[in-house]
Design a protein around this ligand. Structure first.
Ligand SMILES: [Zn+2]
Length: 111
């Protein structure tokens, strides 16, 4: 199935997705890495007992979701929950690196 969704969501839709995620207190209830792709399970807002499965598309460098809202707007509450999780994860890595020597660059920086 070919997936079509807006490449660039509007900021209005992004803000609304964040508000909905907060309002419904959406949380990640499961996650797995399948063929190198990180997939998350987040409860559906409209259908009790079902989950949506946003995943990290490393090539597109974005989080993709299977819900109707994402197909229509290119963003949804589920992708915002996963994005927040990934940001927190990255912050944890940065915190862990504090106080340690910077990693050696093997590739010369152009300039
Ligand atoms: Zn979604």
């Amino acid at each position: 199935m070919e997936t079509r969704y807006p490449i660039t969501p509007t900021w209005r839709d992004v803000r609304r997705a964040i508000e909905l995620a907060k309002h419904d207190d959406l949380r990640i209830v499961g996650q797995a890495t399948i063929n190198g792709v990180r997939v998350f399970a987040i409860p559906s807002r409209s259908q009790q007992g079902t989950v949506h499965l946003p995943y990290v598309d490393a090539v597109a460098q974005r989080v993709i979701c299977d819900c109707p809202g994402f197909q229509y707007r290119g963003v949804c509450a589920h992708t915002m929950v996963v994005t927040r999780h990934l940001v927190n994860e990255a912050q944890g890595v940065i915190s862990a690196m504090r106080g340690q020597p910077a990693p050696t660059l093997n590739v010369p920086l152009g300039g």
